[in-house]
Design a binder for this molecule. Structure first.
Ligand code: NAP
Length: 288
């Protein structure tokens, strides 16, 4: 079997077209959705992510405000900026790009963002709402993965076993919750999982969010499984320096029924869901 490749770029374009139309309608009512993106330091990967997010906002007609702070920024100064953005009525979403330098607590930054502007879905209030099945803002990457499943006709996963490798607050845990809400039977794997392959081979839907290049091999995949690759890993220069996922794409595509490529899979959908969350924040549709 050779898997059907899920084209995240094409799906993202389609959804962004809808978002652009909704943004135009909101602007006609006098509201321009605004996203503030905060970058602390000069991590090259973060700079690329942030640039892509800002460009995507502008392309759908949203306002995006970029705040670039030096790597020496104190936690107090960053929290003060977040508080200012919380009070700014022209800003509907706030995204602080992680990781932040080590003198700053990521947890305190997340807790300071107003829940109604938490378009990254990381605030405890957002995470708790998702857990209770009444989601406000949901982390963009898992949300993008669910859109991809919907697009291939797998919105309802009743009777399916979904396995998520990874348990981060950003990807693994919210992914597992969304799969559960879609009626899948869900298993979460992590570095303490015994005989990982025995678990992953049971998956009808397999999500890899490990952060290790080409970690998931064909022997770990049940024939016919749907494989979503969240990973973004840069290969060392001696291996060409390109971007690869957490899935060994070449071998796994011979076993899976559907597979997402890297790049051009989950990545574009992540940014699209950020736009969707910002639009939702501007509409105030989930608060008040
Ligand atoms: P993370 O916080 O580092 O989490 C990685 C998870 O993988 C952890 O839960 C870890 O387990 C688990 N893990 C590590 N080694 C393992 C092993 N040998 N067997 C089983 N599980 C193992 O990373 P993340 O933020 O979730 O991101 C994961 C990947 O997705 C990264 O490559 C990241 O760059 C990428 N990413 C992509 C997008 C996108 O837009 N496509 C967005 C976000 C992240 P423990 O908890 O036990 O340590």
């Amino acid at each position: 079997m050779t898997a059907i490749i899920i084209d995240g770029k094409a799906l993202a374009e389609k959804v962004r077209g809808r978002i652009a139309a909704d943004v135009a309608a909101l602007k006609a009512k006098g509201i321009t959705p605004g996203l503030a993106v905060v970058l602390v330091g000069d991590d090259p990967a973060s700079q690329v992510y942030v640039r892509n997010k800002v460009a995507a906002c502008e392309k759908v007609g949203m306002k995006s405000l970029m705040h670039k702070l030096p790597a020496t920024t104190s936690e107090a100064d960053l929290l003060a900026l977040v508080e200012t953005l919380n009070r700014d009525a022209t800003i509907h979403g706030i995204l602080v790009q992680f990781p932040v330098p080590k003198q700053i607590s990521q947890e305190r930054v997340i807790a300071t963002i107003a829940p109604e502007k938490d378009v990254d879905g990381l605030h405890a209030e957002s995470a708790g709402a998702l857990m209770q099945g009444v989601p406000h803002f949901v982390s963009c990457t898992p949300l993008g993965c669910m859109e991809m499943l919907k697009d291939i006709g797998m919105a309802d996963l009743r009777g399916k076993h979904a396995v998520v490798i990874g348990r981060s607050n950003l990807v693994g845990k919210p992914m597992a919750m969304l799969l559960l809400h879609a009626n899948a039977t869900v298993t979460i794997c992590h570095s303490g999982t015994k005989d990982l392959e025995a678990v992953t081979r049971q998956a009808d839907v397999l999500v890899a969010a490990v952060g290790k290049a080409q970690f998931l091999r064909a022997s770990m995949v049940k024939p016919g499984a749907v494989v979503l690759d969240v990973g973004i890993n840069r290969l060392p220069a001696e291996q060409g320096g390109g971007l690869v996922g957490d899935v060994d794409f070449e071998s796994v595509k011979e076993v899976a029924s559907y597979i997402t490529p890297v790049p051009g899979g989950v990545g574009p959908m992540t940014i699209t869901m950020l736009l969707q969350n910002t639009l939702m924040a501007a509409r105030g549709s989930c608060f008040g």
